[in-house]
Design a binder for this molecule. Structure first.
Ligand SMILES: *[C@@H]1O[C@H](CO)[C@@H](O)[C@H](O)[C@H]1NC(C)=O
Length: 429
């Protein structure tokens, strides 16, 4: 059971009059499903008004995303950007909450920053854009139990903030962190890994569902904030590796529908540097990352997420498909000629997820490679080996005839700076 301090129990009693007090356990577990997207304030630090946030708020809301998790550190621009983001959220009927970054290094929040964190919470808690869950101010983090100097102390923050918080930090299963003072925990392990923040190997393979299992058994009846991410590729001089992407965006959504946690967080909305953005590629203000993000749209992944988000909120196990479309993605070149950390875990393939209201015949061509399959009604994933040039996608015999060409030429080998980011597109009627 939860062991909240007594003043929190009083808070629960105070809201009890509006809430249905005698829901069954199952009903409480299913209530209030929410979808978040991790939003890097750091990649948008040059914004100058609330209006600069409107397009993000509107686009995310239209896709069914309930709130942005605003990732912040102690940067000089943090307060201004939070003001803009909260105001824009309020203007657009969206919600936001703060995700305090407890990464190592002084610019991030540390154990000594309890009052700084509490002050941010107090400054923004009353704004219309603030996400509240169970009538409490929702607060999250990135990291927070790595080391004693960068440890998030839930009880100290609650006391300093002096208000009811719904606290869901990014603590790590398996570290024996005390979770008696939190309402839930956010898991960042959105990619299969080797358990040490690199791509898996045959001998060391922690899958996303392994991570779900560790978290859910650790959390008991506390809320689980599960991650969903499409991709991971980063190529900075000091930070260069890939996790296996391929059909992750399809597989993970199906996992999440089956698991049905209370909350999910898309990683990310706009972390361009790690190639898992859904926001427009041309909004990347990280000049280094532009080398692998320019001309590499991911909007199609947001379109693909929409029927899954609708299903997640409805407690359904299959995506809610109302429009026939083919979502495709592929890298700009074959692997030949490149070596890169994690490259052995990805395939030279063009991937297609068919979202169909009626079965049809799908033909995918890439260079000389052709794949013809019967695609069922519902969501199904397909692939063909990569060839050179632009791949083509054709659907016949379904609810609509679809045909289209990939928006980027595939090169036969990988030369120059390695780019394992994905080009994502949609063929729809
Ligand atoms: C890790 O395990 C998953 C699930 O069994 C499998 O699909 C994947 O290929 C494995 N990865 C590696 C590198 O062995």
């Amino acid at each position: 059971m939860r062991s909240f301090p007594s003043w929190l129990s009083l808070g629960l009693l105070a809201v009890g009059s509006n809430a249905a007090p005698y829901q069954s356990f199952d009903k409480r577990q299913d209530a209030g499903k929410l979808v978040f997207a991790h939003f890097m304030i750091g990649t948008q630090a040059s914004r100058t008004s609330a209006a600069d946030y409107d397009a993000d708020m509107q686009k995310a809301k239209a896709a069914g995303i309930d709130a942005f998790a605003l990732n912040i550190a102690k940067d000089s621009y943090t307060t201004d950007q939070l003001n803009y983001a909260y105001e824009s959220a309020g203007n657009n009927g969206m919600k936001v909450f703060m995700s305090f970054d407890y990464n190592e290094a002084d610019i991030y929040f540390g154990a000594g920053d309890v009052d700084v964190v509490a002050q941010y919470i107090k400054d923004f808690a009353g704004k219309e854009g603030q996400l509240k869950v169970d009538n409490k101010v929702f607060v999250s983090s990135f990291n927070g139990d790595d080391t004693d100097t960068h440890r998030l102390d839930p009880q100290a923050i609650r006391t300093a903030a002096g208000m009811d918080l719904f606290l869901v930090p990014n603590f790590h299963a398996g570290r024996n962190t005390d979770i008696s003072g939190v309402d839930g925990v956010f898991n960042w392990m959105a990619w299969d890994s080797n358990g040490a923040n690199r791509a898996p190997t045959a001998g060391a393979n922690v899958t996303t569902s392994d991570a779900d299992a560790s978290y859910t058994s650790w959390l008991g009846d506390k809320a689980y904030l599960a991650p969903v991410s499409p991709w991971f590729f980063t190529n900075y001089p000091s930070k260069a590796w890939t996790f296996p992407g391929d059909l992750l965006w399809y597989r993970r959504w199906n996992e999440v529908l089956a698991l049905a946690p209370r909350f999910i967080e898309i990683i990310t909305w706009n972390d361009y540097g790690e190639s898992h953005y859904l926001a427009p590629a041309d909004d990347d203000h990280d000049t280094t990352a532009q080398a692998w993000t320019n001309g590499m749209p991911h909007d199609g992944w947001l379109e693909m997420a929409q029927p899954y988000i609708a299903a997640f909120k409805a407690g359904a196990k299959e995506p809610t498909i109302t429009q026939d479309k083919l979502v495709y993605w592929y890298r700009p070149s074959l692997k030949a000629g490149c070596s890169f950390d994690g490259i052995d875990t990805i395939q030279d393939a063009v991937f297609v997820v068919a979202l169909l209201t009626k079965a049809g015949k799908l033909t995918i061509k890439s260079g000389d490679n052709v794949q013809e399959v019967d695609a069922p009604a519902g969501a199904s994933a397909h692939q063909v080996a990569m060839g050179t040039g632009k791949p083509t996608f054709i659907l016949t015999g379904g609810a609509v005839e679809l045909s289209g060409e990939g928006g980027l030429e595939i090169a036969g080998s990988c030369s120059g700076a390695v780019n394992l980011n994905a080009f994502v597109g949609v063929v729809s009627g």
